[in-house]
Write a protein that binds this ligand. Structure first.
Ligand code: SF4
Length: 231
């Protein structure tokens, strides 16, 4: 599966301009998971991070890594813009329906990660993601390293997942608009995949997904291959 590869390259290209801290997760300890959605009140909050959350799936090799582009949690003292990008390597799934189901399953992981003292708020209707970091969590050493390690563990509960890179961006003047654009495009690709599996109309000139098929290698071929299989 390589539909998202150009977006992965775009993401890596944006963060390449910034200072990066890199962790190898086999040497990291995962933040404990509360197992349920916690509420961190304003008065208990050290600061809020707000921005985009993105998941990009590929069957190309991805090494397990946690990358912080910008400051670690302990280095931040006030509200910041932020982005979280998860790049996930899966088995190469031939069957399109299975590939689509796998992408959805990977997207849903974000609703099932509850790092202690790190309240994630995310909307299914958009790629906005915000985080409240508890004062008490900062005192007991919470870090992106430990949160990222927990996220990697959660993704790896899915059998087809092979490698996971979690990138946190906190550079104050990073190009956050670029991350929202990448998130939008990723959403469009997933929607198009769903469309090509379920739609029997093949008129590209009137199709509202033409821009995606023009840009994403293999998408148009996939739709027309499905047409032949269903004839
Ligand atoms: S191949 Fe053509 S009809 Fe099919 S989704 Fe793409 S633009 Fe639309």
């Amino acid at each position: 599966m390589n539909f998202f590869d150009s977006l992965i390259n775009d993401s890596l290209s944006v963060i390449s301009k910034y200072r990066q801290i890199e962790y190898s997760p086999d040497k990291s300890e995962a933040r404990s998971d509360t197992g349920y959605s916690q509420v961190i009140l304003q008065r208990d909050t050290a600061y809020e991070l707000s921005g985009a959350g993105i998941s990009l799936v590929t069957s190309s090799d991805i090494q397990d890594r946690i990358i912080v582009a910008g400051d670690e949690l302990s280095e931040i003292s006030g509200n910041r813009k932020f982005a979280r990008i998860s790049i996930i390597q899966t088995d190469d799934v031939e069957d399109e329906q299975k590939a689509y189901n796998l992408i959805r399953k990977i997207e849903y992981v974000k609703y099932h990660v509850f790092p202690e003292g790190y309240m994630i708020r995310t909307a299914s209707s958009s790629h906005k993601e915000s985080v409240r970091v508890a004062k008490s969590a900062l005192k007991n050493g919470i870090s992106f390293e430990s949160v990222g390690k927990l996220m990697i563990n959660k993704y790896k509960e899915i059998e087809a997942v092979r490698g996971v890179k979690i990138i946190f961006v906190t550079v104050p003047d990073a190009d956050y608009d670029a991350f929202f654009r990448i998130a939008e495009k990723s959403n469009d690709i997933t929607k198009t995949l769903n469309h090509v599996m379920n739609t029997v109309s093949f008129d590209c000139d009137t199709c509202n997904l033409k821009a995606v098929c023009d840009e994403v290698e293999g998408m148009r071929e996939l739709h027309f291959r499905n047409k032949e299989m269903n004839m």
